[in-house]
Design a protein around this ligand. Structure first.
Ligand code: FAD
Length: 249
């Protein structure tokens, strides 16, 4: 097959008739190509093995992969049903100063600082800005929720300010909420561009691909788990809707 692609049959036949030297070349090349084709057909599909397989290439999965690559010798593969940012990550855009998000906030601050130490601008790389967040409510029920949030954050020592309808008009004249409404301003909120952040983490992870420690399998949904007799997950398996079937253990 390879041989025929290399020279169209009509040309080949003509050359054979004209020059006996081509008979030897033809036969040799044909045998070589046929053998290599047979060997290829006999070989099992290529398999790769990784110490860790992360399912889901959102901000969490890619960050886990990054941390493993940086802090261990383990090899890591990331499998995603689609592509990064097709899940919740594509929707998120800020790092609130919430009580439960304190640790996450510290880690992001460190991440931005490390990027600065490399001589890069975190605003370019991550879309990193500290503009604060403005939450807006229209009804008295909305305002009760916002007040609860402001009280909760203030109790935890975090800056948060409740804005009346008039206060809000001064800060954001184009936001119209009516007399009942208002807002809550959280000045210590960071903003970031989730897509840029993910692209940066992917780029950093891919530096480990050369040494065989990292690989991405996108558009490869994991569709089930293979369980042993005691119910523990032994392996994951991929879907025929992806471009290959796979299992990982
Ligand atoms: C509208 C909205 C606004 C938000 N705003 C903020 C915000 O301002 N600040 C904030 O901190 N957080 C915000 N969040 C929450 C934040 O976006 C999520 O907590 C975060 O993105 C979760 O990341 P993840 O990697 O766990 O999930 P995802 O980004 O959802 O990633 C999961 C990945 O898993 C893949 N996957 C799913 N099933 C399979 C499968 N069977 N096989 C293989 N792959 C699979 C998906 O394709 C996807 O890429 C917001 C969320 C939403 C929806």
């Amino acid at each position: 097959m390879f041989f025929l692609q290399a020279a169209p049959p009509s040309t080949t036949a003509l050359l054979l008739l004209l020059n006996p030297r081509y008979v030897t070349d033809f036969v040799l090349e044909f045998v070589q190509n046929a053998c290599s084709l047979l060997l290829k057909l006999k070989q099992p599909p290529t398999s790769h093995s990784y110490d860790i397989v992360v399912v889901g290439a959102g901000i969490i999965g890619l960050s886990i992969a990054r941390q493993l690559l940086i802090s261990s010798d383990l090899s890591v593969a990331v499998v995603d049903a689609a592509v990064p940012c097709s899940g919740a990550t594509g929707a998120g855009a800020s790092i609130p100063p919430g009580i439960f998000a304190m640790r996450s906030r510290q880690l992001w601050e460190k991440f931005a600082h490390d990027i600065k130490l490399q001589g890069l601008d975190p605003q370019d790389v991550l879309g990193w800005k500290k503009t604060g967040s403005l939450l807006v409510g229209k009804t008295s029920d909305d305002m009760a929720v916002l007040k609860g949030k402001v009280d909760q954050l203030s109790k935890a020592g975090l800056k948060a300010e409740l804005l009346s309808s008039l206060d809000l008009k001064k800060v954001e004249p184009l936001v119209v909420v009516g007399e009942e409404g208002g807002g809550a301003f959280l000045p210590n909120c960071y903003q970031l561009d989730a897509r840029r952040s993910v692209a940066y983490i992917e780029k950093e992870n891919r530096k480990y691909a050369k040494e065989g420690r990292y690989r991405e399998y996108y558009n490869q949904p994991v569709t089930g788990w293979l369980r042993s007799g005691n119910g523990e997950v032994d392996a994951g398996q991929g879907s025929p809707t992806g471009d290959r079937e796979f299992q990982f253990f």
